[in-house]
Structures are given as C-alpha cells and as structure tokens.
Design a protein around this ligand. Structure first.
Ligand SMILES: Nc1ncnc2c1ncn2[C@@H]1O[C@H](COP(=O)(O)OP(=O)(O)OP(=O)(O)O)[C@@H](O)[C@H]1O
Length: 316
C-alpha cells in the first residue's frame, strides 16, 4: 500500500462508498496538501457530497484507505471531527437564536469559556462582515449572510481543515464574490480548504488543485491551468446560428468546419471550435461562406475541460 504523502491532510486510495447495491464513489485516489484549496468539481450526483461526508468522518467508507489528519476516521472519528470545520450544503443555523448566539452556543460545544465564546464570536462576525447584524435573528438575514454565518460558525474551533460543500449554491453573484473573498483570506491565513462545487468559475477562482468527478470516479486532476492546458485549447470560438438553422443542422455545419479546429463540440444552441487562435478561426469560418448570427471568441475554461472529459456540460 502506498504511504501517505508527507503533510497530506487527506489521503485516499481506492476509496469507495456504497448505499446498498448502489456505489456512489467507485474507488478514488487523492491527497490534499496542507495550506491548499482543493476542489471537487462535478455535476449533481457525481459523488462529491458522499466523499465529503467520508472526509468529515461522519460516513464510514465502504472500502479503500482513508486517512484524515493522519488518522483513520472509523477509529478516530471524534478526534478528527474536533479538528475539522464543516460547512454543510444546507444552512443548519438555529433560527430561534440571534446571529451572535449562533456562534457563542457553538463555542460552548467546543469547551470555550463564556468570555472566550464572546471574543471569538466578535472576531468572526467582524471577519464575515456581520458585526452590524450581531443581535438580529438569523431569519432576518439574506441567503448570502446566512452562508457567511455558517462559515463563521465552522471556524469557531479554529480548525486547520475546513470542508465546504457547495458553499455558494443559490447565491447571487455579489454574495458569491464576497464569500470567495472570505475563503481566499482564510486560505491565506493557513487554513486548508476542501470545496465541492458544480460552478466551474468557483473552482477556477478558489482552487489550487482540483479533481473533476463524474459518476463516482475522478476523471482528471490538476490545477485549473494544468487541466485547461491538458484537456482544452487556448481559445474557443462559439458559433450561434439564426432561428432558420435547426439544431439538427448543427452536425452538418460542424462537418464543414471540422478541419479548422482541434475539436468541434456540437451543443443544442451552438458549435464550439477548439483552436489556439480564435481570430484566425473566425476568419476561416467566414472564408468557408458560413454566416453565423453570433460569434464569440473566449478563453478555455474548466467547463470546456468537463465537456471534453464527459461529453456533457456541468449543468446538464
Ligand atoms: N444516503 C444515501 N442513500 C442512497 N443514495 C445516496 C445517498 N446519498 C447519496 N446517494 C446517491 O449517491 C449519488 C451521489 O450523490 P452525492 O450527493 O454524493 O453527489 P454530489 O456530487 O454531491 O451531488 P449533489 O451536488 O447533488 O450533492 C447520487 O446518485 C445520490 O442519489
């Protein structure tokens, strides 16, 4: 058996999770290094949350090796959970209590004195920009504020490893950016982050390294830049045609431009041409006599990586 990588906070080999007959995680290998932001990117049902629950030591693996902070989660669950921060997918705040009380009550669970709880709560409310809301009831908060409070609560015990399951799902863009800023600062302060997301922009913004998960397996692993370099081209040219062109015509159109690109993807509403020089590609498309209604040249993203690896878009 491979020895855990030095200073690997999470080490998994052949990790599996089955619910009855159904295998949600089918044997994955990973190492999360101290101080990094590590992401699980994949669509709904990929097995991200199942993996997170195993890493959170609340769901025993069905097979394989898993070490969290160097410990076996089945033997040392309480010790591991005491050193982790967990921010679950759904907010589990106490709506009866005030914003500050949600933090102080949690501090008591971790054995802090009343004075320590108050001090820690004020520090964390300041960090997540909720000091002004300290005495309000949780139900008065917006979705973004609730998420920030949930993150603050997961930090009460000063964890060295923070697990965030889809931290920004359902939030508006402004709230997402504010949260990313907080997570970025946490990482800078030395906290190791593990994040699941189905937003490729979130994975690109936050993660130093990530795995692309699909159907319970890891399809690829690397930094966002490495994944894009290895699985896509520098640029993508998107061609959209007018209403007179049926989706069924897209295959024929793709055939006319196939030799202009490393790869052509046919989506219901557009064609994607993968080349390193979008401007040249547009000129070549026009030279072929094709007249798309709209043309967009953009850089490749993790969405393109996912499409290449699975043949599907993340939001399918
Ligand atoms: N407790 C459970 N019992 C039975 N099946 C489960 C259970 N938890 C998850 N599953 C199934 O396992 C698969 C993976 O689910 P999981 O929640 O890990 O995926 P995910 O990538 O986190 O997706 P999502 O973004 O929807 O949370 C899904 O098909 C799901 O229905």
């Amino acid at each position: 058996m491979t020895e855990p990588v030095v200073d690997s906070l999470v080490h998994a080999r052949g990790l599996r999770k089955a619910y009855g007959e159904f295998e949600a995680v089918k044997g994955i290998d990973l190492d999360v290094r101290r101080g990094e932001a590590f992401g699980f990117l994949g669509p709904n049902g990929a097995g991200k949350s199942s993996t997170m629950r195993m890493i959170g030591a609340v769901s025993p693996p069905s097979g394989g090796v898993l070490r969290i902070l160097g410990m076996d989660p089945v033997e040392h669950g309480p010790q591991i959970r005491g050193r982790l921060g967990v921010c679950p997918q759904d907010d589990t705040l106490d709506t009866e209590l005030s914003v500050r009380e949600n933090l102080t009550v949690y501090g008591r669970y971790f054995g802090l004195s009343r004075a320590e709880c108050r001090e820690r709560a004020d520090e964390l409310l300041d960090f997540v920009a909720l000091s002004e809301k300290a005495n309000e009831r949780v139900e008065e908060l917006s979705g973004g504020m609730k998420r920030r409070l949930t993150i603050a609560r997961s930090l009460v015990s000063k964890p060295e490893l923070l697990l965030l399951d889809e931290p920004t799902t359902g939030l508006d863009p402004q709230a997402r950016h504010l949260l990313w800023d907080k997570l970025f600062r946490l990482k800078q302060s030395g906290v190791t982050l593990i994040i699941t997301t189905h937003y490729m922009d979130e994975a690109e913004q936050l993660c130093d390294r990530l795995v692309v998960m699909d159907g319970g397996l890891i399809a690829a692993e690397g930094s966002p830049a490495e994944l894009i370099r290895d699985y896509s081209t520098r640029e993508v040219t998107e061609l959209r045609f007018g209403p007179e062109v049926m989706a069924s015509d897209h295959d024929a159109l793709a055939g006319k431009v196939a030799d202009l690109a490393h790869r052509v993807e046919v989506l219901p509403d557009r064609l994607l041409l993968y080349t390193d020089d979008g401007e040249k590609t547009v000129a070549a498309v026009h030279a072929r006599g094709l007249q798309p209604a709209a043309v967009l040249v953009r850089r490749s993203t993790l969405e393109d990586v996912f499409l290449r690896l699975t043949g599907r878009t993340l939001v399918d």
